[in-house]
Ligand binder design. Structure first.
Ligand code: SAH
Length: 354
């Protein structure tokens, strides 16, 4: 794809695409590996640095190709938790956000796949801002590369596709970026440290299973009941719970990876005893873990309708809920709320455009 400056974007190309490109330029295939290393391991934004390429090749590349994609606008730090939020601007003036979340022995980068999101989940700030467009592979990869430049590449140990947007609605691009991150040549990352989170698009879940990438998959479940899930997540009317469960079973079997269910807790909506029963029944059917997420406020987005009625489940009830599930032999984690002081927690990403 051409940039505003009329040059072709090189970032976001997979190893295979780079090898083909150099072949097309009459260069040996290994040039593709060299440039892959420069872009994705050395975080290079400048052909001039690529000293294992001849000067004439470097000049030729900089005439035709570009390595510039996102611009870093601001970095915000959460003094409480060490969470860091990066605000980027795309070439066409859109704003997107990524977050680094530190934990005991890992630092997780949460990246966005779309500007806004078309799914309109009633509890999510990104959903409330609406949808503008898919991000390009360069823009998705660049969130990692620019955050890695600031945070240290080896310090970012995990990547989750849980920022703005629905990754499986930007499917081919998401797959391309996964192939870059999981490439053997990409140092410091591996497929079992990368998680794609989806609101549930069954045929795309199966396609991802068939891609051979074998990354971790998280399904935003939030309720086992179609009537409730449909109110929280309008996409459930198109793809109900059963279809998603069937698809994730396929995913889990094909990739031999356990599934993560994300479960944001809303008072009196999905925190009842019958919800515990339904979750227990579900978790007996496959290898999985539940991530319980406290509902982070989206009051700053002034939600209307059903969204305005949602309240967080009190902490005591979350603890009881989790305790009972554990007694039922379900593996459950409570995701710590991190970064809400800088609006960087789950579902709070909604960069103001302009
Ligand atoms: N579209 C993808 C990824 C983005 S959302 C998906 O739906 O999975 C990442 C996670 O944050 C999802 O589980 C989502 O349901 C959850 N989330 C969204 N808004 C939230 C909020 N206000 N509080 C807590 N979790 C939220």
């Amino acid at each position: 794809m051409k940039n505003g400056n009329g040059k072709y974007q090189l970032k976001g190309l997979t190893l295979n695409e780079l090898q083909q490109l150099f072949k097309g330029l009459g260069e040996p295939k290994y040039r593709g590996e060299q440039v892959f290393n420069w872009m994705y391991n050395h975080l290079s934004n400048d052909f001039g640095e690529m000293l294992n390429l001849s000067k004439s090749l470097r000049e030729k590349l900089s005439e035709k190709f570009s390595l510039e994609s996102l611009k870093l606008v601001t970095v915000q730090n959460s003094p409480e938790t060490g969470t860091k939020k990066y605000l980027f601007r795309t070439e066409d003036g859109n704003k997107i956000e990524s977050v680094v979340i530190p934990d005991k022995n890992r630092n997780t980068l949460c990246i966005s796949t779309q500007v806004g999101c078309p799914l309109d989940c009633k509890f999510c700030a990104t959903g409330l801002m609406g949808y503008t467009r898919n991000l390009t592979a360069a823009e998705i990869v660049d969130q990692y590369l620019l955050a890695a430049k600031d945070y240290g590449k080896k310090n970012i140990t995990n990547i989750v596709y849980m920022g703005m947007g629905e990754p499986l609605l930007n499917f081919e691009t998401t797959v391309k970026t996964l192939s870059i991150f999981t490439s053997e040549l990409n140092k410091g990352l591996s497929r079992n440290r990368i998680t794609v989170s989806t609101a549930g698009i069954p045929h795309k879940i199966k396609e991802l299973a068939d891609s051979g990438l074998r990354v971790k998959l998280a399904l935003s479940l939030h309720s086992c009941f179609n009537d409730i899930r449909g109110k929280l997540m309008p996409i459930n009317k198109k793809y109900p719970v059963e279809q998603n469960i069937e698809a994730i079973k396929y995913y889990s079997k094909k990739t031999k990876t356990p599934i993560v269910f994300e479960y944001t807790m809303f008072k009196d909506v999905n925190d009842r005893d019958e919800d515990i029963k339904a979750l227990t029944k579900l978790c007996r059917q496959l290898s999985c873990k539940i991530n319980v997420i406290p509902f982070n406020s989206i009051a700053h987005m002034n939600p209307g309708g059903f969204g305005a009625t949602l309240e967080p489940t009190p902490k005591d009830r979350i603890d009881d809920f989790v305790q009972t599930l554990r007694e039922n032999n379900v593996t459950v984690m409570i995701r710590k709320t991190q970064g809400d002081d800088i609006a960087a927690a789950c579902g709070q990403l909604a960069a103001k455009n302009k």
